[in-house]
Design a protein around this ligand. Structure first.
Ligand code: NAD
Ligand code: UDP
Length: 339
C-alpha cells in the first residue's frame, strides 16, 4: 500500500497535474473531490495522458462519514491534501466559508489518518504565509508575517495544525510544500487551470485577454520599488510543482525525512516582474497583448521569491521548465478550452 496515494482535490488544477506525475511514477492514485471548483474533464485528461483512469470518489472532505468510507474501502499510506478554497478576495468577503472548508477538510483527513493508522501527509501550503517578508529571497526559516487574508490565515493555521498533529502522533510524518506562483499547464493541453468567472491570477487573465474573452489586462501598479516598477514573483511551472509532490511522497514512504514534520519552498528561485511576464508571454506566443497600467491592488506585496536550496539539496528537486515553454503551454491550454 506504500505505492497508493489518496489525493484530495485531485480533480483541480495542481491536483490533476500531480495525479499524472504520480501515475507516471508508478503510484496508484485515489482522488476525492467534491467538484466545487473543478469538473470531471480533468479526470478524462489524466486518463488520456497516462492511459490509466484514477479511482475517483465524489465527496466532500468535510463529510466525515463519506471520508470514513474512503478510508475503510481503500488501502493507502499517503495522502496529499489539495482540497481547499483559494480565492483571496472571496475569503475576505466570506471568511467563515474559508475557515470551515479549509480547516475542517484538513482536520477530518488528519483525524481519519490517525484512526486508520495511515502515515504520510503532504499539505499544500503557500508563499502567502511569508507575507511582506523583511529579507529576500525567503527561506523556510524566514519568519511568517501575520496573514493579510482569511485564506492566508487558513494556510498558516493548517501548517500549525499539521506540526502539532505530527508532534502528538508517533507514526505520523508530514510535509508542507510552500508553493510560489503556480502557472502553465500540461504540455499535452489536456489538463490545466479552469478559473470560474473573472480570473484573479495574472496568467489566466493574460491568456483570457489574448483569447479575446477579456478586453484588457490591468497591470496592478508600476510604481513599486522594483527595477521596472511592477511586482516581483516566483512563477513555477505546474508540472515542475507536481513533480515536487512525487519526490516529497517518496521521501516519506522511503523513510528519508530528517524530521517528522518538514517544510519546503517550491519555486524557481528567480524573481520575474509583471512586465517581464507579459513580454515573455508575447514573445513565446508571437502575439500582442492588450494591457494598461492600473492602480496597485490592495494586499499585494512588492516582491517575494524563493530560496530553493532546501528543496534542491534535500528533495533533490529543482524547477526545470523554461518560462517561455510554460507560457506557451498556458496559451495552448487556453486555446484548447476555447475550442
Ligand atoms: P483548485 O481549486 O483547482 O483545486 C482544489 C480542488 O479541491 C478543486 O478541484 C475543488 O473542487 C476541490 N475541493 C475544494 N474543497 C473541497 C472539499 N471540501 N472536499 C473535496 N474537494 C474539495 O486549486 P489549485 O490551484 O489546484 O490549488 C490546490 C491547493 O494548492 C489548494 O490548497 C490551494 O490553496 C493551494 N495553493 C494554490 C496556489 C495557486 O496559485 N493555485 C498557490 C499556493 C497554494
Ligand atoms: N497582477 C496584475 N494583473 C492581474 C492579476 C495580477 O498585474 O490581472 C499582478 C499582481 O499584482 C501580482 C502578480 O500579478 O503582482 C501575481 O498576481 P497573482 O494574483 O497571480 O498571484 P499572487 O502573487 O497575488 O498570489
Amino acid at each position: 500500500m506504500g505505492n497508493r496515494v489518496l489525493v484530495t482535490g485531485g480533480a483541480g488544477y495542481i491536483g490533476s497535474h500531480t495525479a499524472v506525475e504520480l501515475i507516471n511514477g508508478g503510484y496508484e492514485v485515489i482522488i476525492v473531490d467534491n467538484l466545487s471548483n473543478s469538473d470531471r474533464s480533468s479526470l478524462e485528461g489524466i486518463r488520456k495522458i497516462t492511459g490509466i483512469e484514477p479511482t475517483f470518489i465524489e465527496a466532500d472532505c468535510c463529510d466525515r462519514e463519506a471520508m470514513r468510507r474512503v478510508f475503510e474501502n481503500y488501502e493507502f499510506d499517503s495522502v496529499i491534501h489539495f482540497a481547499a478554497y483559494k480565492a483571496v478576495g472571496e475569503s475576505v468577503a466570506e471568511p467563515a466559508k474559508y475557515y470551515r472548508n479549509n480547516l475542517d477538510s484538513f482536520l477530518t483527513v488528519l483525524e481519519l489518518m490517525k484512526e486508520f493508522g495511515r502515515n504520510n501527509i503532504l499539505f499544500s501550503s503557500s508563499a502567502t504565509v511569508y507575507g511582506d517578508a523583511d529579507t529576500l529571497p525567503v527561506t523556510e526559516l524566514t519568519p511568517r508575517k501575520p496573514a493579510t487574508s482569511p485564506y492566508g490565515n487558513t494556510k498558516q493555521m493548517a501548517e500549525d495544525i499539521l506540526r502539532d498533529m505530527v508532534a502528538a502522533n508517533e507514526g505520523l510524518k508530514g510535509i508542507a510544500l510552500r508553493y510560489f506562483n503556480p502557472i502553465g499547464a500540461h504540455p499535452s493541453a489536456l489538463i490545466g487551470e479552469l478559473p470560474r468567472g473573472v480570473p484573479n491570477n495574472l496568467v489566466p487573465y493574460i491568456t483570457q485577454t489574448a483569447a479575446g474573452v477579456r478586453e484588457c489586462l490591468s497591470i496592478f501598479g508600476d510604481d513599486y520599488d522594483t527595477p521596472d516598477g511592477s511586482c516581483l514573483r516566483d512563477y513555477i511551472d505546474v508540472v515542475d510543482l507536481a513533480r515536487a509532490h512525487v519526490v516529497a511522497i517518496e521521501r516519506m514512504v522511503e523513510g528519508k525525512s530528517r524530521e517528522r514534520y518538514e517544510i519546503f519552498n517550491i519555486g524557481t528561485g528567480r524573481p520575474v516582474s509583471v512586465f517581464e511576464l507579459v513580454r515573455g508571454f508575447e514573445e513565446a506566443n508571437n502575439l500582442k497583448l492588450n494591457y494598461r497600467v492600473a492602480p496597485r491592488r490592495a494586499g499585494d506585496v512588492t516582491a517575494v521569491w524563493a530560496d530553493t536550496t532546501l528543496a534542491n539539496d534535500e528533495l533533490g528537486w529543482r524547477a526545470e521548465r523554461e518560462l517561455r515553454d510554460t507560457l506557451r503551454a498556458a496559451w495552448a491550454w487556453e486555446q484548447s478550452v476555447r475550442q
